[in-house]
Design a protein around this ligand. Structure first.
Ligand SMILES: Nc1ncnc2c1ncn2[C@@H]1O[C@H](COP(=O)(O)OP(=O)(O)OP(=O)(O)O)[C@@H](O)[C@H]1O
Ligand SMILES: [Mg+2]
Length: 290
C-alpha cells in the first residue's frame, strides 16, 4: 500500500511531517504571551514563542467593537511589513474600506506601506454573495490566491459572516475552512463574532461552540463600561470610561499566559496591550481608555 493511502503511522514516521514550533509575530505583546519549553543543560526553560504558533489557526472572538478587526489588521500589517504574504478575506468590511484602514494604521505604526500593499492580497466576500454563501467557491478563490501569490498567512474577518442565517451549518463550515488552511499550511486567524447573549468572557461565538472546539486556540477580546462606584474603585477608572481586555482562552499547540490583560486602542487604531488586569486592580497597572 502506498504511504499516502494508509490511515495509520508509527510515531517515528510522522517526524518529517511535524511542523516546527515557533512564533509568527503579531507586533503586539501577544507575542510574549505564548511560550515554549526548551531544555538547557537538561532543565526545562520557559521561552516566549515570539508570536502565534506557526501553522496554527487561531479564533479571535469578542462582542461588537471589541477590537477584533483592529488586531487582525495589525497582524496582517506586521507580517506584510516583514515581507511575508497575507491573504485577507474580508467578509464584513468592503475592500476599499479595508484599504483605508490598513493604510492609516501603517502610517501610524511607521511601516513601509508600499512594501505592505504588495504583500497583502484581498478577497472581497463582503460584496459578493456567492463567495459568502458557497464555501467551495470561496475556497477555490482562496486556493488560487494562495498558490499564485505564495501566501504564508490567512485572515478571515469574519468566519461567522460565512454562516449568517444558517448556524446549523456552523461546525461544518468552520471545519471545512480549518482543514483547507491546514492543507495549504497557512498560519491563520478566524475572527468570530459573539452575541451579547453569550457570556462576554467566553470563547463561544455565534453558531454556538462551533469555532472554539475546532480551531487550535482562542483569543477573547472584551470591553466593559465603568458604570458604578464599585467598578470605579476596583478598576481605578472614572465613571463612563471603557476598560478593554484580552485573554488567550486556550491553545492546543503550546503553553500560554492565562491571565486577562488590559489593552488600549491608540489614536491610530492600533492595539497596545498594557498590563495584566490583576495589576490594575491591585493598583500597579495603567490601563483603560479614557
Ligand atoms: N483610529 C481609531 N482610533 C480610535 N479608536 C478606533 C480607531 N479605529 C477604530 N477604533 C475603535 O476601535 C473599536 C474596535 O473596532 P473593531 O472594528 O476592531 O471592532 P470589532 O471587534 O471588529 O467589531 P465587529 O464585531 O463589529 O466587527 C471600535 O469601537 C472603534 O471605535
Ligand atoms: Mg470587525
Amino acid at each position: 500500500m502506498k504511504r499516502e493511502d494508509r490511515k495509520y503511522y508509527e510515531l517515528d514516521e510522522l517526524k518529517e511531517k511535524a511542523p516546527k514550533l515557533f512564533g509568527v509575530p503579531t507586533g503586539t505583546k501577544l507575542d510574549e504571551m505564548f511560550w515554549k519549553v526548551d531544555f538547557e543543560g537538561g532543565r526545562p526553560v520557559k521561552k516566549p514563542l515570539g508570536g502565534i504558533p506557526y501553522l496554527s489557526i487561531i479564533n479571535l472572538t469578542g462582542i461588537p467593537d471589541s477590537g477584533k478587526s483592529l488586531l487582525a489588521e495589525q497582524f496582517a500589517l506586521h507580517q506584510a511589513n516583514q515581507g511575508y504574504k497575507v491573504l485577507f478575506v474580508t467578509v464584513e468590511s468592503p475592500a476599499n474600506f479595508l484599504y483605508t484602514s490598513l493604510k492609516t494604521k501603517s502610517l501610524y505604526l511607521g511601516l513601509d506601506f508600499e512594501r505592505i500593499s504588495s504583500n497583502i492580497i484581498v478577497v472581497d466576500a463582503s460584496e459578493n454573495a456567492e463567495l459568502r454563501e458557497d464555501p467551495r467557491a470561496l475556497m477555490d478563490t482562496m486556493a488560487y490566491a494562495i498558490k499564485e501569490k505564495q501566501t504564508n498567512n490567512v485572515i478571515i474577518d469574519s468566519i461567522t459572516g460565512l454562516y449568517e442565517h444558517k448556524e446549523m451549518m456552523a461546525r461544518q463550515i468552520v471545519r471545512q475552512f480549518f482543514n483547507f488552511l491546514k492543507k495549504w499550511r497557512q498560519t491563520s486567524i478566524f475572527v468570530s463574532q459573539k452575541r451579547s447573549a453569550q457570556g462576554a468572557e467566553t470563547a463561544e461565538a455565534a453558531g454556538g461552540l462551533a469555532v472554539a472546539h475546532i480551531v487550535d486556540g482562542s483569543i477573547v477580546l472584551d470591553k466593559k463600561l465603568i458604570e458604578s462606584r464599585w467598578e470605579m474603585s476596583t478598576y481605578k477608572l472614572p465613571i463612563g470610561s471603557v476598560i478593554r481586555t484580552i485573554r488567550i482562552d486556550g491553545c492546543r499547540l503550546t503553553g500560554h499566559d492565562t491571565r486577562t490583560w488590559v489593552f488600549n486602542i491608540s489614536e491610530g487604531g492600533t492595539i497596545e496591550i498594557v498590563s495584566p488586569l490583576e495589576d490594575l486592580v491591585r493598583g500597579g497597572g495603567d490601563g483603560g481608555n479614557r
